[in-house]
Write a protein of this length. Structure first.
Length: 76
């Protein structure tokens, strides 16, 4: 399979720091709900993890744009 046809080497990957952030945020949410007496089941954990992935990707995008703006001399 060539790289242009969707092989793993052509897919975008999150850096290790982002993966750790998603894991820690998901764990924190899971512990929060468990402490409130509402433990998350399998599907709920998947939804929480997906939301945390979206938050981390959005935060990285904002951070990158802010850093690029400062590098160019623009005010954020």
């Amino acid at each position: 399979m060539s790289e242009a046809n969707g092989s793993p080497s052509s897919q975008r990957k999150l850096p290790l720091g982002a993966i750790v952030a998603v894991f820690l945020l998901t764990l924190a949410a899971w512990l929060f709900f468990d402490g409130m007496g509402m433990p998350l089941e399998g599907r709920s954990t998947t939804v929480v993890a997906a939301i945390m992935i979206a938050i981390v990707i959005a935060a990285r995008r904002v951070w990158t744009r802010t850093r690029l703006g400062r590098a160019k001399g623009d005010k954020p």
